[in-house]
Design a binder for this molecule. Structure first.
Ligand SMILES: C[S@@+](CC[C@H](N)C(=O)[O-])C[C@H]1O[C@@H](n2cnc3c(N)ncnc32)[C@H](O)[C@@H]1O
Length: 294
């Protein structure tokens, strides 16, 4: 199968997940199955991997891999998914929260500011009605500014929200509600027709929109306690996050269970080695935190 994403921190996970032959494990962010296959190697013979992804195209790609049960769903419903399948004896649950290479480079859904021709969907679940274009065209200035500030940590959130409102008003198709449709439109609205030198700002704005479209922070907040409950005693919960908003949610959850219910195995988060960063630059911001359920 063609690789659509390079899994990060695999060597660290092999040690920290502590999986043994016969164990069962859940990959809550299956994507191309890189981590799922790595886990399968550790638990065979006898062990099974349940993989979840909210993007149906990821699930369709996995069909035929009989050792991995791939389920189309949101990890915030992990409890129901596990129950429905009767999946038990779970010794590890892994979340890898970043963007996959396939989503950025091939999905055609406007996740990257380097793809001006793409439409601004940014939805990981294509069935979801939410899109970045709807937010950009429909939300009032205050809400846009909040999104850029809260989900992108953009210091000039208000200024960019204002720019979007101004651009919206100037468009001839204003009344038809077709104003900011493509990545190029958004770049124009932000005054960044040429992204050069503005990459950091654009990364923050695109991150903010993606988080808002997919309700990413709520889903993670909901999923962590459910995943913890699903683990057997001695089981491990591992989360790879890529920005401080996700990492804060993970740290808060860890603080809530540490002591009576769990031991934290990563006092400081594990990060990629220089060697891995050179081979796979997108591992640069990955932070892995792991706990063990008592
Ligand atoms: C960085 S990729 C995971 C890569 C994977 N670990 C590998 O090694 O191939 C993240 C995946 O998580 C999925 N995802 C993000 N949020 C999700 C959610 N709330 N529920 C289920 N899947 C989600 C995305 O669709 C994407 O395919």
């Amino acid at each position: 199968m063609q690789e659509i994403h390079t899994p990060v921190l695999t060597e660290e996970l092999k040690v920290l997940l502590n999986l043994k032959p016969g164990d069962n494990a859940v990959d809550a962010t299956l994507n191309g199955g890189g981590h799922a296959r790595m886990m399968l190697e550790l638990i065979k013979p006898g062990g099974k991997v349940l993989g979840i992804d909210q993007d149906k195209s990821m699930i369709e790609r996995m069909e035929g891999d009989k050792n991995i049960t791939a389920i189309w769903g949101n990890f915030k419903d992990i409890d129901e998914i596990i129950k429905k399948l009767g999946f038990n004896k779970i010794k590890a649950v892994l979340f890898d929260l970043g963007m996959s290479r396939w989503h950025l480079e091939q999905s055609g859904r406007g996740f990257s500011f380097q793809k001006p021709e793409e439409a601004l969907f940014m939805n990981l679940n294509k069935k979801s009605a939410n899109t970045a274009a709807e937010i950009l065209n429909g939300y009032p200035e205050d809400r846009l500014a909040e999104i850029f500030k809260n989900f992108g940590q953009e210091p000039k959130a208000r200024l960019f929200a204002k720019k979007i409102m101004e651009f919206r008003k100037k468009q001839p198709a204003y009344r038809q509600g077709r104003r900011i449709i493509s990545v190029k439109d958004l770049l124009n609205a932000l005054g960044a027709q040429k992204p050069d030198g503005r990459e950091k700002i654009l990364a923050r704005i695109f991150q903010a929109l993606r988080i808002a479209v997919n309700n990413e922070l709520e889903a993670l907040t909901e999923a962590l306690p459910k995943s913890f409950d699903a683990l057997d005693a001695g089981g491990r919960l591992a989360i790879i996050s890529y920005h401080s908003l996700e990492d804060r949610i993970v740290k808060n959850f860890f603080s809530a269970v540490v002591g009576k219910k769990a031991i934290i195995l990563t006092k400081k988060p594990k990060t990629a080695s220089q060697e891995e960063i050179i081979k796979n630059p997108s591992s640069r911001s990955a932070k892995l935190r792991v706990l063990e359920k008592i």
